[in-house]
Design a protein around this ligand. Structure first.
Ligand code: 13P
Ligand code: SF4
Length: 302
């Protein structure tokens, strides 16, 4: 074990801390995490931890959600500037407009969103549970924020609902084109194509499997196939290769690297634990109002 890892392990014990990491962070950070998962798993696991401090190796909305769900705990972000641009891609004014326009509307908020947006929403979802939750809602009209691509994918799967879309997107997934995926398929005809639903619909049409990061990892791990084309942030390769040393994974093309997730380094994990920096603060009002849609998600996704 290298010195930095030893230092982190020692600090975790001293500070009664636990490290949660998303599959998109750097490999060495995933390696020291106590819990790794997709956004749904990480929100769930954050509730009911015994440790008093959570280090969230991920982007801001993840640490913020953990704090909202666990106000009594200290939540630390190794890099407070690691923020998801899509989390800001919706407007409160537009939510109010849509609420006036449709009296029976549910504002469904992808967890990749600011606490302000959550405050004005009826329920949160992640890519792993959005379909189940939208189906379970009594409302016919669904205003899906901020991600248009995940919204359009769910709308196709739940045709009985009327969707109103918002034009937010993930720049990492949007950069993958159908042309890139088609070329990857030509180069690796035996491979199964696994795609995250933040990709555009024309890309999703080329998939053998569509799902969250955990869904993609589980699918590849259980599959009898030996080759896979991956269309999501390439941090998932760490767990994919660990679980499947005999299988081969190809990128669908392009860059597929989230610069914000990659801001989280082992040094920054050590520093925030040692110096108590990157403390996530959420005001009482914001917390109370944004807790409702998050708690409703955890309830409806069960
Ligand atoms: P999931 O891990 O929930 O699939 O989310 C992907 C993502 O883009 C997180 O920022
Ligand atoms: Fe946001 Fe996309 Fe990065 Fe996820 S991969 S944090 S959605 S920019």
């Amino acid at each position: 074990m290298n010195e930095l890892v030893q230092e982190i392990e020692k600090l975790k014990k001293e500070k009664n801390a636990v490290v949660l990491a998303h599959y998109y962070v750097n490999d060495e950070v995933q390696a020291i995490a106590d819990y790794i998962g997709d956004s749904y798993y990480l929100a769930k696991v954050a509730v009911g931890l015994e440790e008093s401090t959570i280090v969230f190796a991920g982007v801001k909305f993840m640490g913020e959600s953990a704090k909202i769900l666990n106000p009594e705990k200290t939540v630390l972000m190794p890099d407070a500037n690691a923020d998801c641009p899509m989390a800001h891609m919706a407007e409160i004014e537009r939510i109010e407009e849509v609420r006036k326009e449709y009296d029976d509307v549910a504002v469904v908020c992808y967890i990749n969103s600011t606490a302000e947006l959550k405050m004005h929403s009826d329920v949160c979802v992640t890519s792993a549970n959005a379909m189940k939750i939208v189906k379970a809602l009594p409302n016919k009209n669904i205003f899906f924020i901020p991600d248009e691509n995940l919204g359009r994918y769910i709308a196709e799967k739940v045709p009985e609902k009327n969707f109103i879309f918002n034009d937010g997107f993930c720049h990492v997934h949007k950069a993958v084109t159908a042309d890139m995926v088609s070329r990857a398929k030509e180069a690796h005809p035996e491979a199964e194509v696994l795609i995250h639903p933040e990709c555009t619909l024309d890309v999703l049409e080329l998939a053998d499997y569509i799902g969250s990061t955990s869904g993609i990892i589980d699918y590849a791990t259980k599959s009898d196939k030996k080759e896979f084309i991956i269309s999501t942030e390439l941090g998932v390769l760490y767990q994919l290769k660990k679980n499947n040393p005999d299988k081969t994974f190809f990128s669908a093309g392009g860059v597929q690297i989230c610069p914000n997730m990659k801001k989280v380094t082992l040094e920054k994990v050590r520093d925030c634990l040692r110096d108590n920096t990157g403390v996530v603060e959420v005001s009482d009002e914001k917390r109370e109002k944004s807790l409702k849609p998050l708690a409703r998600m955890l309830e409806l996704a069960k």
